[in-house]
Design a protein around this ligand. Structure first.
Ligand code: TYM
Length: 323
């Protein structure tokens, strides 16, 4: 089994990224024969239009992934743009991709619906993502729910290429966790940088506590039982608390007689404990940026070898090689 996933360096990673995707990366690096994880800096160029910021977020993204448990000896960790073969493969795929398939993709459709102008980069974004996935003959793609549509598009593109030019690409499958497919943000909507409702994984502990304290809750009186269903505080607590802490909180909700302030404090405490080790590892990696660059360099070399073989196969299949 070959696993692959990518994450955009558009700013600090948040709980949605971690519980929806990164946690799966870490678990799967032990189970997969090969695991490829990359920082999708070419995708991020669609939104980060600042040279220094993109560079900073890219390196920081790698530091975060290492801190959160990716092991260079188990997983191939690299930066998307260090594998130019993927961009070449993207062109081959673009030539057979119907406009209608991309017009239906949510990120483009949403922008259009808001009357905003979209770049060709945003429109063709899912094709670059398909190239990312197909270049490594990936079987499993661990992601959050919001990426399922993109994996479906990738399967469509691969299927029609295989149909037209003969079996060339491996069909990938998305892997989504039931418990954290769509982590809610501070306002109850999907946690997302574009909604400004995120809890950053490595935010300063005090700042994070303040943010948690500001989460709005319903106005049930103290003494009444509370409903955990659809309650953002409870949903977030479940992610970072231990099983017995969750059981205690469930009982407390059923009984009532407490204020949401207590839950917020419990959430902030549990989050601090949950990420404490990763925070230490982060400080250690951040102090050695050249070691991180070395990890990325050797990851890119491995990724390139794999992607080059797939590109050559696809070029031969469609006649872009061997004349
Ligand atoms: P990105 O950078 O938006 O998000 C990275 C990963 O985090 C997941 N995620 C969430 N999961 C649960 N709840 C949330 N609130 C939440 N927010 C984000 C995303 O589903 C994703 O798995 N297009 C991709 C990057 C990409 C990629 C790829 C992914 C480029 N090439 C190839 C897989 C395979 C993206 O924008 O993810």
């Amino acid at each position: 089994m070959r696993v692959l996933s990518g994450i955009q360096p558009t700013g600090p990673f948040h709980w949605g990224n971690y519980f929806g995707a990164i946690q799966q990366y870490v678990d799967l690096q032990d189970q997969a024969a090969e695991a490829y994880y990359f920082i999708a800096n070419l995708h991020a160029l669609n939104t980060v239009r600042d040279r220094e910021k993109l560079q900073e977020y890219t390196l920081n993204g790698a530091i975060d992934l290492l801190a959160l448990g990716l092991k260079p000896e188990k997983a191939v960790l690299f930066v998307q743009s260090d594998v130019p073969e993927v961009s070449e493969l993207c062109w081959l795929l673009l030539t057979g991709t119907p406009m209608g398939l991309l017009e239906r993709c949510v990120s483009y459709k949403d922008k259009m619906a808001k009357g905003l102008k979209a770049d060709a980069g945003l429109f063709t974004y899912p094709v670059l993502q398909a190239a990312d996935i197909l270049a490594y003959d990936s079987n499993i793609v661990p992601v959050g729910e919001d990426q399922i549509q993109h994996i479906e598009v990738c399967r469509d593109i691969a299927g029609s290429f295989n149909h037209h030019f003969g079996e060339t690409f491996v069909m990938p499958k998305a892997k989504v966790l039931d418990s954290s497919a769509r982590v809610p943000g501070l306002d109850g909507e999907k946690m997302s940088k574009s909604y400004n409702n995120t809890l950053a994984v490595f935010d300063d502990v005090k700042a994070q506590r303040k943010q948690i304290m500001r989460i709005t809750t319903d106005s049930r009186p103290m003494e009444e039982p509370k409903n955990p269903d659809g309650d953002v505080l409870f949903d977030l607590y479940k992610l970072v608390a231990t099983e017995s802490q969750v059981a205690d909180m469930t009982a407390l909700y059923a009984r009532g007689g407490f204020g949401y302030g207590e839950v917020k404090k419990a959430l902030a405490d549990a989050a601090e404990t949950y990420f404490a080790e990763a925070r230490e590892r982060r400080a250690a990696w951040a102090a050695r940026p050249d070691d991180v660059r070395d990890v990325l360099k050797s990851g890119a070399a491995k990724a390139r070898a794999k992607a080059a073989a797939t590109l050559a196969r696809a070029q031969s299949a469609c006649g872009a090689k061997g004349y």
